[in-house]
Write a protein that binds this ligand. Structure first.
Ligand code: AMP
Ligand code: MG
Length: 349
């Protein structure tokens, strides 16, 4: 299959390109498109065959459900049932935006879309191209991240092409995404709103909106006995091809430790990468160094994370040592993704 890539500006949300993309969605095909979090791989969420194509293109395990994207709050009741008041409170506060809400599903949504679950994940994205595409398609769009399963999520259209060229008909290229990390997922089918995946919207922000919130214990630790509730969170994910190890501690001790490790690895003939910040550029000897940006720019770190992990693939390194960037806000989402990419290998110094 030939994959077409069309550049599209946010102003062109009602254009012929959108109409063409919407007709692909309506006829059961796949379209990759930009959202404010990461690029999504979209299909008609009400069409079981179309949803099935997403799993095939991504190589995604069939028990890993998809997020359905809508363009107006009024469309929520078409796909979700038993909607509690908290859903409206969260939507008023954070939609359109990087928050996904889990609710009971309606019969309009097939089990192919929900990975066999009776619940559905729903989000209204804050990107004019995404909203324009959903509106023009006239259906909710199921869209997981547009990467091959297990790889870092795409923050540029070129990342989508790297993974899915020849497997999907169309990629809408809207440039670099704004946030760079997938949406926060909050489950409203539990007694207390429960965060199943951390993101830009933090637990504190959700507490402020609805009075209470907690985080699924299954995503905070490496203990395989505690299973995360979001099926997707149990797989190794976001990973570069090389082994990744996080070195956490006071800055000068981290630099010293990484330099020692680099020397050891090189003496065994291995190519080493180091993931640091603008401040530590020049601090490491003999490794391929990549900066994630200035340390104080939390949002920049989130936005650059997946791109930098992909760049290490092109460097053909065997192992990557990463500094840690675990600040309290979106840094917690960065921590979650980096720990998963590293399969929880952390050296504390
Ligand atoms: P992605 O869009 O690729 O970032 O993946 C969607 C994430 O949402 C995965 O981690 C899924 O496991 C999770 N998810 C989607 N639907 C549900 C659901 N009904 N219940 C729990 N988690 C879900
Ligand atoms: Mg994903």
């Amino acid at each position: 299959m030939e994959t077409k890539i069309y550049q599209i500006t946010s102003q062109a949300a009602g254009s012929d390109i959108i109409k063409q993309a919407a007709s692909v969605i309506r006829s059961g095909g796949l379209v990759a498109f930009p959202t404010e979090t990461v690029y999504g791989l979209g299909a008609d969420a009400t069409n079981p065959k179309a949803a099935g194509k997403i799993y095939a293109a991504k190589g995604r395990p069939s028990d890993n459900p998809l997020i359905a994207h809508i363009c107006s709050y009024g469309d929520l009741s078409d796909i979700a049932a038993d909607i509690p008041p908290e859903a409206k409170m969260l939507a008023d506060m954070f939609w359109p935006g990087p928050l996904t809400i889990i609710l009971k599903k309606q019969s309009s949504i097939p089990y192919e879309t929900t990975g066999g679950l009776d619940t559905i994940a729903v989000r209204m994205p804050a990107h004019p191209v995404a909203l324009g595409l959903i509106r023009a398609s006239g259906c909710p769009i199921a869209a997981p991240s547009a990467n091959t399963s297990g790889r870092p999520s795409p923050t540029l259209a070129s990342h989508v092409a790297e993974d899915l060229d020849g497997k999907i008909p169309l990629i809408l290229d809207g440039g670099e995404v704004g946030i760079g990390i997938e949406s926060t997922i909050v489950d409203l089918t539990e007694n207390v709103p429960t965060i199943l995946r951390p993101g830009y919207i933090t637990e504190a922000m959700i507490k402020e909106a609805v009075g209470q919130a907690r985080t699924d214990p299954g995503i905070l630790c490496a203990d395989a006995a505690i299973r995360p509730k979001a099926p997707g969170m149990k797989y190794r994910h976001y990973a570069p091809k090389a082994e990744l190890v996080i070195v956490d501690g006071e800055a000068s001790a981290v630099i010293q430790k990484i330099n020692t490790l680099v020397k050891q690895q090189q003496s065994q003939g291995r190519q080493v990468g180091v993931l640091g910040t603008d401040e530590t550029r020049g601090a490491y000897q003999g490794a391929v160094f990549r900066s994630i940006g200035p340390r104080k720019d939390e949002e920049g770190i989130a936005r650059h994370l997946y791109r930098v992990l992909r760049e290490f693939d092109a460097d053909h390194v065997d192992i990557i040592y990463s500094e840690s960037f675990f600040t309290p806000g979106i840094g917690q989402a960065v921590k979650n993704r980096l720990l998963k990419a590293a399969a929880h290998q952390v050296l504390r110094v």
